[in-house]
Design a protein around this ligand. Structure first.
Ligand code: NAP
Length: 323
């Protein structure tokens, strides 16, 4: 039985941190690409990529990385994607698919599209999967299994390019959804960006409390605080860029959130137990819905992949071609 043909011949990864290195590992495991060429900003990270054997070739510049690649995935903080698109634009091979993994999509389309030649297909993507860890050591092949990857092709993108990138992500274990970039940003503002902002806030607030010592905060953290500390440990550069790039949608969601906090504050002040009970019953049902659709499990912290814990297995590589 012959092995299935790889979907792409040469994958260029620009940036090999948590997400880039997970793509490299999964693409290798699944035979999704024939060769991988990678680069990162610093010599230290480039050396580490080579030591870990994450790519067939590690090169020094972004321009060199994209040379001859038929799939380019930019896996760097959102705020630097425009500069990198300008750098690689003149060096892209005709017919290449250019993508990214940024957590914000409207700004990526605005920052990158104008620097890319019209001989390539631009299909931005956001794998909705991650951990609070960073760097090439943090990645693992199963990160995307049963997680969503949202593609946000600008209007007029060739559907064949979108289909091909969708097939790549499916091979890495992800479920694929297609959305308009601005809609993506609104959805992620409430499901991801606002929760991170709340975690960053609450952990900072607890840290500043004079009456509660730091050792008490750590000791009793299992009372709910612990989950916030995990989220608040996420990479500061990445999240700074997310809030700057998705300002409007985050401010919209923050406004609604503040109104709801005010309503709950009032209920507590008035001793309105019915209002509190009704609210908590509604939110409990939402949690049940998330578990029911398989995006988390009732067990604490399941679905949070950790480098030291066993991961969900990758799906079997695509069905072999009949010989
Ligand atoms: P990360 O672990 O910090 O890795 C970032 C990588 O980008 C590093 O290899 C870094 O190289 C490289 N880099 C930075 N600027 C560069 C430049 N100008 N040229 C070339 N390489 C550059 O970050 P990550 O968590 O993988 O996140 C990458 C992207 O994925 C972000 O846009 C983020 O929004 C998105 N994302 C993250 C998650 C998550 O949970 N982390 C989930 C979904 C999507 P050096 O090490 O040499 O600086």
């Amino acid at each position: 039985m012959s092995k299935p043909a790889p979907l792409f011949s040469r994958l260029a990864l620009i940036g090999v941190g948590l997400i880039g290195s997970s793509i490299a590992r999964a693409a290798r495991t699944q035979g999704a690409v024939r060769t991988i060429v990678a680069t990162a900003r610093s010599p230290q990270t480039r050396r580490r990529i080579a030591e870990l054997g994450l790519a067939d070739q590690v090169v020094e510049t972004n321009a060199a990385a994209v040379d001859g690649a038929d799939l380019v995935i930019v896996c760097i903080p959102v705020g630097t994607c425009g500069v990198v698109a300008r750098e690689i634009g003149p060096h892209l091979a005709a017919g290449a698919i250019v993508s990214d993994v940024g957590s914000v999509k409207g700004s990526i389309v605005r920052d990158m599209a104008s620097h890319l030649p019209n001989t390539v297909y631009f299909v931005p993507a956001h794998p909705v999967a991650g951990t609070e860890y960073s760097g090439p050591d943090a990645g693992f092949a199963e990160l995307f299994v049963n997680r969503w990857c949202i593609l946000t092709p600008p209007e007029g993108t060739d559907p064949k390019a979108v289909e091909k990138l969708a097939a790549f992500w499916q091979l890495l274990g992800a479920n694929v959804e297609i959305m308009a970039p601005d809609h993506h940003d609104l959805v992620l503002a409430i499901t991801s960006h606002l929760p991170h902002l709340i975690a960053y806030t609450i952990v900072g607030t607890a840290d500043e409390l004079q009456a509660v010592t730091r050792s008490e905060v750590l000791k009793f953290s299992a009372g709910g605080f612990r989950d916030f500390t995990r989220i608040a440990a996420s990479d500061p550069t990445m999240w700074r860029d997310v809030f700057l790039a998705n300002k409007d949608a985050v401010l919209e969601m923050l406004g609604r959130f503040n109104e709801d906090v005010s309503a709950l504050t009032k209920a507590i002040r008035k001793g309105d137990g019915d209002a509190l009970f009704e609210h908590f019953t509604r939110t409990r049902a939402i949690r049940k819905g998330i578990v029911d659709i398989g995006q988390d499990s009732p067990a604490p912290d399941f679905g949070r992949p950790h480098p030291d814990l066993p991961h969900e297995p990758l799906p079997k590589p695509h069905a072999p071609e009949k010989s």
